[in-house]
Design a protein around this ligand. Structure first.
Ligand SMILES: Nc1ncnc2c1ncn2[C@@H]1O[C@H](COP(=O)(O)OP(=O)(O)OP(=O)(O)O)[C@@H](O)[C@H]1O
Ligand SMILES: [Mg+2]
Length: 257
């Protein structure tokens, strides 16, 4: 069965005045690549955090394979959820502990979530690094001895080493320059295809999102205002907000050219 995360009529409020998500219903499954776009503060990260279980809805439900994470009392089930749904953060400086080599950081999830012993986990590190086209020599360095792009690819390796069903990327390439972005996007896109990985790609960048996703959710003020096939949504946006978003992007692109 393909892993499915179902978000059912979810609201998320912070205090009395902030409604970050206002009745969001959406479905994410392995083998599909879905982009979440919208202006700053529209609720993208609030939704992303909920998908990986880092935040709970004020009302509504988030179900993974039909189960609410809050009901997963058994450790083995929780570990299985954590394996199946992985994330890549924007800021890799918090992903890697400066006191340890990158190998140790990439190996740890394989040991904890994959149940591997150290030797098997080390083999898994070498395998995923090779698969992602990362130079083998980088793995035994310390985080500060790597470029931002290299660190980001290794943090993706750290998430993929447990062979998740769905990967949630929140602004995962936004901090990189265009050429480093292209490398990461190509690696991710290939992996998504070859492993039928589900991808949730949260981003400000429309070109990157268009390149890597099949479908789009457009968010505005905590609400999904438009959804559908990526090419259609961007090519023939039906909602005024989406048109504005696409238009704003074209203006910036033209100004930068
Ligand atoms: N922990 C929090 N406490 C209070 N308010 C929060 C918290 N997290 C997010 N918010 C608010 O919720 C709203 C949605 O924030 P969110 O981070 O989901 O936006 P976003 O779409 O990811 O924006 P960006 O593109 O800037 O990353 C914003 O108004 C934000 O200020
Ligand atoms: Mg965000």
């Amino acid at each position: 069965m393909s892993t499915v995360i179902e978000v059912v009529d979810v609201r998320k409020t912070y205090g009395r005045h902030v409604t970050a998500l206002d009745g969001v219903t959406a479905m994410f499954e392995s083998g599909r690549s879905v982009g979440i776009v919208g202006e700053s503060g529209s609720g993208k990260s609030s939704l992303g955090r909920m998908l990986v279980g880092l935040s709970t809805p004020t009302s509504g439900q988030v179900l993974v394979n039909g189960r609410d994470l809050r009901q997963l009392r058994r450790r083995s089930l929780r570990l299985e959820f954590l394996r199946a749904v992985q994330q890549v953060a924007q800021d890799t400086t918090t992903t890697f502990d400066p006191r340890h080599t990158v190998r140790e950081a990439v190996r740890t999830p394989a040991q904890i979530l994959g149940g591997m012993d150290k030797a098997a986990a080390d083999d898994a590190v070498d395998a995923i690094v090779e698969e992602l086209g990362i130079g083998a020599e980088l793995v035994d360095r310390y985080p500060h001895e790597l470029s931002g792009g290299q660190r980001q690819r290794l943090s993706i390796a750290r998430s993929l080493i447990v062979r998740p069903d769905i990967l949630i990327c929140d602004e995962a390439v936004s901090a990189l320059d265009v050429s480093a972005q292209a490398v990461v996007l190509n690696v991710l896109k290939q992996y998504v295809r070859s492993h039928s990985l589900g991808l949730v790609f949260i981003s400000h960048g429309l070109p990157a999102t268009a390149f890597i996703t099949d479908e789009l959710l457009v968010m505005n003020a905590g609400v999904v205002v438009e959804e559908g096939d990526t090419a259609t949504v961007l090519g023939e946006p039906s909602h005024a907000y989406t048109r504005q978003l696409v238009e704003a992007f074209r203006t910036v692109e033209t100004a930068a050219a």
